[in-house]
Design a protein around this ligand. Structure first.
Ligand code: GLY
Length: 354
């Protein structure tokens, strides 16, 4: 069954909240924030009559707090404040808040309706859209969760103009991924983006197009049985970099890990699917210039291979990657051997000048 998630782009967030709630016959409204959005964002919505009557639930910020315990806190607050199946939860925050809030709402009384209001570029372009909800468990990211789409996703352009550049770049990496999946025309416009000038209107139009790429893929395969795996491009190597950095107590932003992971995976795509070398070089140059390099040595290879083969996208003991034969030509379920990945890591280090 194909289903179109309601995605509202707006520069008037209060009007968008009214619009999203207009057709919902709810009894109580709850707003989930983390400690940052409770302080910096929620007060900006105080004039909205729905929000003024809502009960605020605040959880601690940060991915390390995306836990089942924090979810239980949300359930407790919902119970203690009279939530019923006719209540609605608005998740106001980055991916941590929309993932955890979506999960809490989807499981409370077998599911109440929820609305996502992403406040970071990364969550607007990825986490808030497409219905993946969940929490981390026993050290594994998003190990517990359900697929369930928000009633509406409100992407308010007012949040992104003040984001630090590193956060913009983190979200932009997922936009590059969507461009690589969509085709040369979209991708080349992303590669031409100049972070020095930081043309905000251009960023927003690229964001809009990028969200649509994700929404189109999710519509075809909401539960990731096939083509949605395209969205894993860059993530098998990217998650391994993220975990390696975490194990060295030197965490890196998710989007940066994906940006570097895509250098490895486009290299693999070149080796295994004839993805053009010129495109690999061009992408690596853009990443090196704008993100720098994630430093690894050959001593890290065993750990990275272990992390990649433990990734949930691996099947039958082989490493499973989403690759491309060209920009816009997706190949899901590509298998790579340990030797292929080691060779790709060698080339990654050459491309990144390390
Ligand atoms: N973040 C990848 C997906 O939503 O499928």
């Amino acid at each position: 069954m194909e289903h179109n998630q309601r995605i509202i782009f707006t520069n008037d967030i209060s009007a968008a909240i009214d619009e999203a709630l207009a057709n919902i016959d709810y009894n109580r409204l709850f707003v989930l924030t983390d400690t940052n959005t409770a302080y910096f964002v929620l007060p900006r919505l105080a004039d909205n009559t729905h929000i003024a009557r809502a009960h605020n639930i605040t959880i601690k910020s940060g991915d390390m707090n995306k836990t089942i315990e924090a979810t239980a806190e949300v359930w407790r607050e919902l119970c203690a404040n009279g939530a019923t199946r006719k209540s609605v939860l608005i998740n106001l925050g980055g991916g941590m808040v929309t993932d955890l809030g979506g999960f809490a709402a989807s499981t409370f009384k077998r599911g109440i309706r929820f609305i996502n209001v992403p406040t970071t570029l990364l969550s607007a372009v990825d986490a808030a859209v497409g219905g993946k909800t969940g929490v981390n468990f026993r050290g594994l990211k998003n190990e517990i969760g359900v697929f369930n789409e928000a009633d509406a996703v409100i992407i308010s352009t007012c949040f992104f103009s003040t984001l630090p550049l590193a956060e913009v770049k983190s979200g932009f990496a997922e936009m590059l991924k969507h461009g690589l999946l969509k085709g040369a025309e979209t991708y080349d416009r992303l590669l031409a983006y100049d972070f020095e000038c930081r043309d905000y209107d251009l960023l927003l139009s690229l964001l809009r197009e990028s969200v649509q790429v994700k929404a189109d893929i999710v519509r075809q395969d909401p539960h990731e049985r096939g083509i949605r795996r395209a969205l894993n491009l860059g993530h098998t190597a990217g998650h391994a970099f993220e975990s390696l950095a975490m194990s060295h107590k030197n965490p890196i932003p998710h989007g940066h890990a994906v940006a570097w992971g895509m250098v490895v995976e486009l290299t693999l795509a070149n080796m295994l699917c004839s993805f053009p070398s010129s495109r690999v070089q061009e992408y690596a140059k853009f990443i090196l210039e704008n993100y720098g390099a994630f430093h690894i040595t050959c001593k890290d290879y065993d750990a990275l291979l272990t992390l990649m083969s433990h990734d949930k996208k691996s099947e039958n003991g082989e490493m499973n990657f989403t690759l491309l034969s060209d920009v816009g030509e997706v190949k899901i379920n590509c298998c790579a051997s340990d030797d292929d990945v080691r060779a790709a890591l060698d080339i990654y280090r050459d491309l990144m000048h390390i």
